[in-house]
Design a protein around this ligand. Structure first.
Ligand code: SAM
Ligand code: SF4
Length: 327
């Protein structure tokens, strides 16, 4: 399916829960966010139904995220259902890595090997300061186990001025010794509204740090739907990416829709939800009606994140936590 700006929309990101066991300070306040009652979340049968419909209108890639997806008890069941859907060429998961170790054999058996792990620092104290939890050892061990087991791992790191800019190079150096890609992400104002002022460390700043350290840094041409500007260091196994998530320089190649855990569809990260598909589905509509609704949402997808922000009903200060959006 293409939208009215001729972008092919074939990637859906689904937040399977709004719950999380970490408290990353750029994502939510220390006391957490008010969680939705269980009955308000899409059930795994509802998610499977939506995926079948999306597959039927041309979606080929799905990412499960959260909250922390592995907190959800029926998550493995959902993955099993999804692995059985012929239309989806690739199934991805974004996780904080604290709960997934025991699922590695099952994930492998299902052929789900594309995992993004979030790790903002390779320093235990800084990791604790950022996540407000003491799980660094567990997460780094998960990283090693995933690599040993042949998973295709990407590391996500949100880079924040005065907090973890000193981690940029150590994280980038991981791509020398391991077949891992690293993505550096600008902080976005999705922290549940409690943190108003973000002192931006921009994609440009991150690029400058990488260029200053790696004199032979090379640009990699981007592919369909890439949000990162990609770089590589000759001889290194993995690549590097810088995601201008706040500067929004990639909207012209956007290929995605987001569905929150309670069924709010975001056709852009910066809108405040354009349609609730859970309520529509629970009203008894047919698959054809659901497919038509998705087509309409795609047709109306805004040109970019700035347009989407202008169309918000709620002001920016009331922005959600990323834990309910999924990143
Ligand atoms: N809990 C899982 C995790 O942390 O990987 C999945 C959900 S988390 C919301 C998805 C991604 O969003 C993570 O890589 C996280 O770092 C990123 N994220 C969360 N809040 C953000 C913010 N305010 N700005 C930029 N990225 C953010
Ligand atoms: Fe949890 Fe992920 Fe948000 Fe951190 S970024 S609090 S791990 S949902």
């Amino acid at each position: 399916m293409t939208d009215s700006f001729d972008r092919t929309i074939d990637y859906v990101r689904i937040a399977v829960t709004d719950r999380c066991n970490l408290r990353c300070f750029y994502c939510m306040p220390a006391e957490g966010i008010p969680y939705e009652p269980q009955a308000h979340l899409l059930s795994y049968e509802e998610i499977t139904r939506l995926l079948k419909i999306l597959g039927g209108i041309g979606f080929r890639k799905v990412r499960f995220t959260g909250g922390e997806p592995f907190l959800r008890k029926d998550f493995m069941q959902l993955l099993e259902n999804t692995a059985g859907l012929a239309d989806f060429e690739s199934i991805h998961i974004t996780s904080n890595g604290t709960l997934l170790q025991k699922h590695i054999p099952k994930l492998r058996a299902l052929g789900i090997t594309k995992i993004n792990l979030s790790i903002d620092s390779l320093n235990k104290e800084r990791f604790h300061k950022i996540t407000r939890r003491d799980d660094f050892e567990k997460v780094i061990q998960t990283f090693y186990m995933l690599i040993e087991n042949g998973f295709k791992v990407k590391l996500n790191a949100v880079i924040m001025k005065g907090i973890n800019t000193q981690d940029i190079i150590p994280l980038a150096e991981l791509t020398k010794d391991f077949p891992v890609d690293v993505r550096f992400i600008e902080e976005m104002p999705f922290n549940g509204g409690y943190k108003k002022n973000i002192e931006m460390y921009s994609a440009r700043d991150i690029h400058a740090d990488l260029k200053a350290h790696f004199s032979d840094l090379q640009k990699i041409p981007s592919k369909h739907g890439d949000t990162a500007s990609l770089l590589s260091v000759p001889g290194y196994q993995g690549n590097l990416g810088v995601i201008a998530a706040f500067s929004r320089t990639f909207c012209n190649t956007c290929n995605r829709l987001r569905i929150s855990s309670k069924g709010d569809i975001k056709s852009c990260l910066y809108d405040d939800g354009v349609f609730n598909i859970r309520d529509y589905m629970r009203s008894g509509v047919t698959d054809i009606e659901l497919a038509e609704q998705f087509k309409e949402i795609i047709r109306l997808k805004p040109k970019d994140g700035f347009e989407a922000e202008k169309m918000r009903k709620a002001p920016r200060k009331a922005m959600q936590s990323m834990s309910s959006i999924g990143g």
